[in-house]
Design a binder for this molecule. Sequence first.
Ligand SMILES: [Zn+2]
Ligand SMILES: [Zn+2]
Length: 119
Amino acid sequence: MEGRCHCGAVQVTAPDDAAGVIACHCEDCQRLHGNFFALLAAPASAVRWSGEDHVRWYDSSPSARRAFCDRCGSRLAKQANGSDRVLLSAGLFGPLTGRTIVRHLSKDRHPAWYTVEGA
Ligand SMILES: [Zn+2]
Ligand SMILES: [Zn+2]
């Protein structure tokens, strides 16, 4: 699967069997994404970045780091410290026809203005 940030400076390739779409409703994700974080999970070793000069990683909490494009600000990914799995913003990959949300994280922390159903 081929994805890119909004400005196109960063491109990413993820394996077709990446898990997801998974939705995280926690407060951090709400603040960072302006909404829940819809993500695909894949082994970091299977994810290819190009335009990596524009991928800015920073420590978003004591337990994880997150990445954004330093040109357009698109949120790109999250990775827990010591994890070999990277969580990629699903929106980078376009409509992802055929995929729906298969799992919710921090389901009970979503804001009052939407409901979470299923999984
Ligand atoms: Zn960009
Ligand atoms: Zn979250």
